[in-house]
Design a protein around this ligand. Structure first.
Ligand code: GUN
Ligand code: FE
Length: 456
């Protein structure tokens, strides 16, 4: 028999399609030395008993206790790591004023590497404790601090995709916080890409450089064009903000006489490895371009309630074939938890569907067919994120990475209302998705390594 590095035994929930959750009751998950799921075996299969007998009494065997379940680790497709320092505050202004009043002054402080280290250590640890095993990060304009963030992900065992932010337009950005000019921004970005690729050689779970124009309004044409070329040259990920708010969307229309999607495409910034945050104001032809180029949308439902002036028509975009994942958008979104964001994604979609102005008649109030289920939100937080990044993550299935969170529903301090004889496993899944808190996340594993465990 093949020898596995570890064997996990318990009940797992994993998306089998956007609308369906597969329940793997009492399954065995056999993990290889690379931290990948090599075999998944159910109780009715031939080798189940042999595997159990072989591994049960070894230190490679991990059996879940009663009331514990495996969920795939979450993929957060949009986090501003430096903004963790202001999470939960500064949510009183519209986007443009929020950036200039709170966010740029905060991000400017990341020129101080000691300050950066404190915040970055804390945000990576916090995301892991919230079940996020892969995160797509914006850092700041600073090359050194951005590289430090990649190193911290590497060391703490999180799969991190990290971008040094580019914002070079002197007309749009404050003097105290921007790239010196387009050439410097491009040279720093290329240096950063090479440094992260070098770091990646020794990181089991993967760490990746991301070409990161903050958004069109903060960049000159020269920088945008150069970044598209760098992404092609080094085959990197790309991230930015796209058609987020009335102001940001209109700014791009005024500058280019087209929407963000086509403008980004002209600069070579839409490709299979592109992830664009928000995208609330995508038109149908923008969405078609996303689907054609393989560009994914990072849906940030909490943040959208503050800054996007609208609810993302996520069901419509998904139906049009656009890849979708979920993002916390710390600190536009205040919560580091994708559980919270999945909940908000469902709530916002329901409000879009029904409409929100009670003075309108029911038939005029909402946008029909906009609602999504919690199953779909779970899919976006896991499989959708993995597919957006073209990485084998987000499912508890053979050939995928062992990225999991172990949820304890029976914890005395955070017990979920589960009464075993009355609840079927699908009810338990729903209760976890709606009610689990960070306390319920007992362990987190990335690529077969335990990266977090919560003391009782
Ligand atoms: N657009 C440009 N920068 C930002 C940012 O930091 N957060 C959000 N939500 N939108 C942006
Ligand atoms: Fe953002």
């Amino acid at each position: 028999m093949i020898s596995y590095t570890q064997v996990f035994h318990g009940t797992a929930f994993s998306s089998s399609s956007p609308k369906e959750v597969e329940i793997l009751r009492d399954h065995l998950f056999c993990i290889n030395a690379n931290g990948m799921i090599e075999k998944v075996v159910g109780p009715e299969e031939d080798d189940y008993q042999t595997l159990l007998d072989t591994y049960r009494d070894t230190d490679k065997f991990h059996r879940l206790a009663d009331g514990q379940y495996f969920l795939p680790g979450f993929v957060d497709l949009h986090v501003h790591a430096p903004q963790w320092a202001q999470s939960g505050t500064a949510l009183d202004l519209p986007l443009y004023d929020w950036l200039n009043t709170y966010t740029f002054p905060l991000e400017a402080k990341f020129s101080d590497i000691d300050f950066a280290k404190d915040i970055y250590e804390e945000v990576v640890a916090t995301l892991l404790a919230n079940g996020t095993t892969t995160a797509l990060y914006f850092a700041t304009v600073h090359k050194e601090a951005s590289l430090l963030l990649a190193n911290i992900c590497a060391k703490k065992g999180q799969r991190g995709l990290v971008g040094k932010v580019v914002m070079d337009d002197p007309e749009q950005n404050p003097d105290y916080y921007r790239d010196a000019d387009a050439q410097t921004a491009l040279a720093d970005t290329e240096e950063f890409i090479l440094a992260v690729k070098d770091l990646a050689k020794s990181v089991k779970q993967g760490v990746y450089p991301v070409v990161t124009p903050r958004f069109i309004p903060s960049c000159t044409d020269e920088a945008l064009k150069g970044l598209g070329a760098l992404a092609a040259k080094h085959d990197t990920y790309i991230q930015s903000h796209c058609s987020e708010s009335d102001w940001a969307h209109t700014y791009v229309q005024d500058r280019f006489d087209k929407n963000d999607a086509f403008a980004l495409h002209d600069f070579g910034l839409l490709r299979d490895k592109s992830v664009m945050a928000h995208c609330n104001f995508l038109h149908d032809d923008d969405a078609d371009l996303f689907a054609k180029t393989g560009t994914a949308v990072s849906h940030c439902p909490i943040s959208n309630a503050y800054f996007a002036n609208s609810v993302l028509p996520v069901a419509h975009l998904h139906a049009k074939g656009v890849e979708i994942g979920l993002g916390s958008d710390i600190s536009g979104g205040f919560s580091p938890s994708l559980f919270d964001n999945a909940r908000q994604a469902v709530l916002s979609s329901r409000m879009l569907d029904d409409g929100v102005n009670p003075s309108l008649p029911a038939e005029k109030r909402g946008v029909r067919n906009s609602r999504i289920t919690m199953n779909e939100a779970f899919y976006f937080a896991t499989v959708g994120g993995g597919e957006s990044l073209s990485l084998p993550i987000g499912r508890l299935a053979e050939t995928y990475a062992w990225d999991v969170q172990i949820i304890d529903t029976a914890l005395a301090s955070a017990k979920l209302p589960i009464h075993n004889d009355k609840d079927d496993l699908y009810d338990i899944f729903q209760k976890i998705m709606y009610l689990a808190r960070p306390e319920n996340i007992r362990e987190v594993w990335v690529q077969g390594e335990k990266v977090y465990s919560r003391a009782l």
